[in-house]
Write a protein that binds this ligand. Structure first.
Ligand SMILES: Nc1ncnc2c1ncn2[C@@H]1O[C@H](COP(=O)(O)OP(=O)(O)OP(=O)(O)O)[C@@H](O)[C@H]1O
Ligand SMILES: [Mg+2]
Length: 221
């Protein structure tokens, strides 16, 4: 694996000594420490507003896990502005929206990516009712089935403002990672987002401060 990265948002490389790659590996280690009391098998990423770096963070974290020999599944639960199929250059035809509406089989939807140990369930075709789909019991039972197939399931989602799709999913996951784009989101807005997750009884395991300017990723809990 050598020159995957600069073209896309995928930064972690096994052969890379890059500071950015190291930051995601450190993030993985920190999450493992944060989950000593409760095993985290399903981890959701969300943020306050669009464009804070959720998809970048969860994809690079997934690669870090895969490179440490974990069997990893990434799910694109951002049914409004999906992006993981583009990042990993796969089809989004048989993805989550099709699975939840029983229009495809589980085995059709799990795609191997170019990263060993890393599989992807893309968003599937965009639907008109993402909130209702994610709110259904179908997602809970799907996650239960997937937990026995993978060591860790990492889930991308939409931002909390202006829609609440990710609140629904957060309550179904073992942990939530909150991405904050340094200098872009207002402190009060981020605090409101975190409060709404707490109200939804989400288990926030930490915040990632994403600084695009210098590819810096810091973790706080
Ligand atoms: N740490 C980083 N360093 C450099 N560029 C970054 C970093 N994080 C994100 N970006 C860039 O910022 C843009 C938005 O990132 P990304 O798509 O991950 O955000 P998002 O929160 O998933 O957005 P959306 O809310 O639209 O789903 C992308 O062009 C991505 O390449
Ligand atoms: Mg995204």
């Amino acid at each position: 694996m050598s020159a995957l990265i600069n073209k896309s948002r995928l930064i972690v490389q096994s052969t890379s000594k890059s500071i950015a790659g190291e930051a995601y590996r450190t993030l993985q280690t920190n999450i493992q420490f944060a989950s000593l009391n409760k095993e985290i098998k399903t981890l959701l990423v969300t943020s306050t507003i669009p464009g804070e770096g959720k998809s970048t963070t969860i994809s690079n974290l997934a690669i870090a896990y895969a490179e440490s020999n974990k069997k990893v599944l990434l799910i694109d639960a951002d049914l409004r502005r999906p992006s993981l199929h583009k990042m990993f250059s796969t089809s989004s035809r048989f993805g989550l929206s099709y699975l939840l509406t029983k229009q495809c089989k589980l085995e059709e939807s799990i795609i191997d990516t170019f990263i060993p140990n890393l599989s992807l369930i893309s968003s599937g075709p965009v639907v008109s009712n993402p909130y209702e789909l994610l709110n259904s019991g179908a997602l809970s039972s799907l996650l239960d089935d997937l937990k026995s197939l993978f060591d860790i399931i990492l889930i991308d989602s939409s931002p909390l403002m202006p829609v609440s799709d990710s609140l629904i999913v957060s309550a179904k996951c073992d942990g939530v990672l909150y991405v904050i784009h340094y200098g872009k989101v207002k402190k009060e807005a981020a605090q409101k987002g975190i409060a709404s997750l707490r109200n939804a009884e989400a288990n926030i395991i930490g915040a990632v401060i994403n600084n695009k300017k210098n590819h810096k990723v810091s973790y706080y809990y």
